[in-house]
Design a protein around this ligand. Structure first.
Ligand code: SF4
Ligand code: SF4
Length: 78
């Protein structure tokens, strides 16, 4: 999963999502006073941004940003 989009019509520019993202996926455009999804592929789908947004304008989709390796299983044949 990954952050998909931010509804700029609803966004009030509070910047809370920028501070909430632990991996700096979301940056802030100081000119537009709006957040930007700058590094979508780095999203770890922690849902922090979505849960803290007071306007409920962040959408996270069930699509993987990048391949997540399967965990090693003991005894598995290679
Ligand atoms: S889901 Fe987590 S990692 Fe992804 S953009 Fe939101 S706060 Fe950042
Ligand atoms: S937390 Fe929501 S309302 Fe605030 S800047 Fe981010 S997307 Fe916009």
């Amino acid at each position: 999963m990954a952050i998909e989009k931010i509804d700029m019509d609803l966004c009030n520019g509070c910047r809370v999502c920028v501070d909430a993202c632990p991996v700096d996926v979301i940056r802030f455009d100081d000119g537009e006073k709006k957040p930007i999804i700058a590094y979508k592929d780095d999203c770890i789908w922690c849902f922090n941004c979505e849960s803290v947004c007071p306007m409920d304008c962040i959408e996270i989709m069930p699509t993987k940003a990048r391949h997540i390796p399967e965990p090693y299983k003991a005894g598995e044949q290679w």
